[in-house]
Design a protein around this ligand. Structure first.
Ligand code: HAM
Length: 403
């Protein structure tokens, strides 16, 4: 038997209903916020992710599904959605057009991670990207949109917030941090030694407990923000307070992608185990420029749909449509005829195998149909259908032409 690859799941039946319910709910909310759908390819040039997500990140360094295609192009399956959207934005010259452009997307992402509960190699994100708004009001709006989507799905969360500074304050902080790392260099892990040279702030995110205990004493960027970043961060907090969005400041929140500056945030759930981040995002004002576009402020987020699946509270589904079945082989033709007629206006499930009434009622219930309709020998003689309304619990017969 051939099975699916490790960390790559099928989505069907009840899971699929949850999956589409989430996407439909999130889509409606994103549209209310004025965002438009964008679809970008699953496969992109590897250079796109190297330049955006960053060579020092684990995603690019270790987790890419990268290969050379038949035309000798170095390509990879997208590990995230932001880079592709920015590439499309620049390619379509929307950066030159100016103004505000807001997009949402959903689809599969690929990261060659070690699979475990909540950590897949193919997973799905719902994300949004906003271009052209150089204001912390937009950052607050992003956070409120995630909160709205989660609330609409009945999902509780904790919001973690940090500021990653900008090109004014980050370099000075990085120097201070490197001096600190030098002072504990003989005690930190191999990964952190590498991070010190590639992207030192990434050490703050290290999962090694010895490193974590050492970094408690590390300088905090939040205490060294320049005036502009400090003002934005204070404003963001006050906007969230005014809109009753609770948050925790997490000075170690550096995010796993290199393109962020200023606002960085993560929504976590305490109900799904160790892979607890259900959404993450932030501001990335330099990325459009890094990808050869005109400098354009931008901010966005993405939510991990698989991690949300078990948390979504589905609304009560009402019984809908018809189930039609035959109790006699002679009635099967009529089942097909009536099914096709009814399908012009209603949802219909049917069975082409003759069965007894009890089995049809069971099948109608499983299909969540409102009406269980059966045709047996007697019904064929009288040209009628026997109908049971499974909601109102009533039974009656209808002539074929009335049905
Ligand atoms: P990210 O934090 O890497 O951000 O991913 C966003 C969400 O995707 C995570 O919070 C998590 O729920 C889910 N996720 C990530 N990796 C996995 C995995 N291996 N298995 C299952 N779920 C996963 C981004 O991708 C950025 N592009 C977000 C963004 C958009 N920032 C600005 N705009």
């Amino acid at each position: 038997m051939i099975s699916s690859l490790r960390g790559m799941n099928d989505i069907l039946s009840e899971d699929y209903e949850r999956f589409t319910y989430f996407i439909n709910t999130a889509t409606k909310i994103a549209q209310k916020y004025g965002f438009h759908f964008i679809e970008t390819p699953l496969l992109e040039e590897t250079a796109l992710f190297k330049r955006s997500v960053g060579e020092s990140s684990d995603i690019v360094g270790k987790e890419m599904y990268q290969f050379v295609d038949k035309g000798e192009n170095d390509v990879c399956l997208r590990p995230e959605g932001t880079a592709g959207v920015v590439r499309a934005f620049v390619q379509k010259k929307l950066d030159k057009a100016g103004g505000i452009h807001r997009y949402f997307y959903h689809g599969a992402m690929f990261r060659y991670e070690r699979p475990q509960k909540g950590r897949l190699r193919q997973f799905h994100q719902f994300g949004v990207e906003s271009f052209g708004v150089d204001s912390v009001y937009e950052d607050a709006t992003m956070i409120m949109m995630v909160a709205d989507i989660l609330s609409a799905c009945g999902i509780g969360y904790r919001l973690q917030l940090n500021s990653l500074g900008d090109s004014n304050c980050m370099p000075q902080y990085r120097d201070n941090l490197v001096s600190f790392i030098d002072s504990v260099e003989d005690q930190i892990c191999e990964d952190c030694l590498r991070r010190k040279n590639t992207n030192p702030i990434r050490v703050l995110d290290c999962k090694n407990s010895t490193c974590q205990s050492l970094y408690v004493k590390a300088p905090k960027l939040i205490n060294q923000l320049c005036g502009d970043c400090q003002e934005d961060f204070e404003k963001l907090k006050s906007l969230l307070d005014k809109n009753s969005i609770a948050y925790e400041i997490d000075t170690n929140l550096v995010r796993g992608l290199d393109y962020y500056s200023k606002t960085a945030f993560e929504f976590v759930s305490d109900d799904i185990g160790s892979q607890s981040a259900i959404a993450g995002g932030g501001r990335y004002d330099r990325l459009v420029e890094f990808l050869d576009g005109r400098p354009t402020p931008a901010v966005g987020f993405a939510m991990g749909i698989e991690r949300l699946m078990e948390l979504i509270k589905m609304p009560e589904v009402e019984r809908e449509g018809y189930y039609i079945g035959a109790m006699d082989d002679e009635a099967v033709d009529m089942v097909l005829q009536l099914t096709q007629k009814k399908r012009k206006t209603d949802k219909v499930t049917c069975d082409y195998k003759a069965k007894n009434l009890k089995n049809h009622l069971k099948a109608a219930d499983k299909a969540n149909a409102r009406f269980c309709c059966v045709i047996g020998e007697n019904e064929m003689k009288s040209s009628t259908v026997w109908v049971k309304d499974l909601q109102e619990k009533t039974e009656y017969s209808l002539l074929f032409e009335e049905f």
